[in-house]
Design a protein around this ligand. Structure first.
Ligand code: NAD
Ligand code: WQD
Length: 358
């Protein structure tokens, strides 16, 4: 189905890492996009670069906190929106244990305010950035690795709780609103950058995630990587297993979800809701990732093995069959592709979007 030209996709959190890559894919496919972001963890520069890359100078960026109901109402009044993709929120697992109320407020209150504005303006389609973190430790069940969507949930951090609570709010809201259609996308571990090297992940402060840390070691911003534990039983080399997915593949998953929502309708007086895992189905250990990065970039990554990080689990590998068949989506790019693209982004923007701090 061709993208509509008389309506917009509102991308909440569209200036962030996954959001900016998704805006780029949407605009390249012919969608009209309006971005809403308070820029608390991103820079306007990402959208400036998406405008350049797509040769589309008029992608609007509205600087707004999602909890600002009056501001959101204005955006929905100004732009005729058919679909919302909701990336906006706080995402650091460790930080969420220190400031849980900030996480519940930003993530849960933000989603509720957005859903209320959508209901008021009769916006029918909602795509939600959920996370594999909702499964918690799936190895506690026999036969749940790789993880299917039917795996019982059980998040173990305030951040993970916010994602599951929002999923539950969406279930209740879709059950009550026959016009609402919801795609819940559970991402595994997004990595890499756009192959142009113009947009990528730009973490503030010390990176929490593996690949941004590896890239900062390679570019000389940090002396060495700490590998958090090599005593995980069940891993080929003792380090934890994750399902790393190129951010461009992940971004395309959102277009597949929008196409799906266009083709379905609710039944029995209820709206539609379905969850899909977005992962590759292939697990890599931390040491395998280091080796893939070294192979793809020619850079040596010095590392030391230290103790386990609290909250880490042995294996989070997706069973992506449902997305493969129902969304007609699957990953096309490899971990090596992601490492190569991450390296281009890092070498061409060693200090991210805003340059080296004074
Ligand atoms: P990100 O921090 O780069 O992007 C989030 C964006 O939302 C940022 O631009 C930020 O400024 C904006 N934002 C935050 N709170 C806001 C608010 N109250 N109002 C308006 N804007 C706000 O993160 P990302 O990695 O691109 O993740 C996007 C989404 O995907 C998040 O919801 C995250 O929880 C989810 N997710 C991320 C990962 C991952 O590993 N990156 C994995 C699974 C799920
Ligand atoms: C990957 C592996 C670490 C850093 C997180 C969130 C999850 C989702 C994706 C949002 C683990 C190891 C890491 C380092 C290391 N995000 N590691 N040294 O923890 O799988 O998932 O991001 O929803 O919710 O929890 O990703 O990149 O932090 O870690 O050894 O300096 O790398 O122990 O085994 P994680 P990660």
């Amino acid at each position: 189905m061709a993208p509509p030209t008389d309506s917009y996709v509102l991308v909440a959190g569209g200036a962030g890492y996954i959001g900016s890559h998704t805006v780029l894919e949407l605009v390249s496919a012919g969608y009209k996009v309006v971005v809403v972001d308070n820029l608390c963890n991103s820079s306007e520069e990402s959208i400036i670069r998406v405008r350049e890359l797509t040769n589309t100078p008029d992608i609007p960026l509205v600087k707004l906190d999602l909890r600002d109901a009056a501001g959101l109402d204005k955006v929905f009044t100004e732009y005729k929106v058919k679909s919302v993709i909701h990336f906006a929120g706080l995402k650091a697992v460790g930080e969420s244990t220190k400031i849980p109320l900030e996480y519940y407020d930003a993530n849960v209150s933000g989603a509720i305010t957005l859903l209320k504005a959508m209901a008021k303006h009769s916006v029918p389609e909602f795509v939600f950035s959920s996370s594999a973190t909702v499964y918690g430790d799936a190895t506690r069940f026999p036969n749940m690795i790789p993880i299917p969507e039917e795996c019982p949930t059980g998040p173990t951090s305030p951040y993970g709780h916010t994602k599951l609570i929002i999923e539950e709010i969406l279930e209740d809201t879709a059950a009550a609103d026959p016009n609402l259609k919801v795609a819940v996308l559970r991402y595994f571990n997004p990595i890499g950058a756009h192959p142009s090297g113009r947009i990528g992940e730009d973490p503030r402060g010390i990176p929490n995630n593996l690949l941004p840390y590896v890239a900062q070691v390679a570019v000389g911003r940090r002396p060495q990587l700490q590998v958090f534990g090599n005593d995980y039983e069940g891993s080929p080399d003792g380090t934890p297993i994750r399902d790393y997915i190129h951010v461009v593949d992940l971004a395309q998953g959102h277009l597949a979800a929008l196409a799906k929502l266009d083709s379905v309708k609710g039944e029995n007086g209820e709206g539609f809701l379905r969850a899909w895992n977005l992962g590759s189905g292939k697990g890599s250990t931390v040491l395998q990732i280091i080796s893939s990065f070294e192979k793809a970039t020619g850079q040596k990554i010095p590392f030391e093995i230290v103790g386990r990080r609290k909250g880490d689990v042995l294996d989070l590998t997706a069973k992506p069959d449902r997305a493969n068949t129902e969304l007609n989506w699957k990953v096309k790019l490899s971990v090596e592709d992601a490492c190569r693209d991450l390296w281009k982004w890092t070498t061409e923007n060693p200090w991210g979007y805003d340059g080296k701090p004074e």
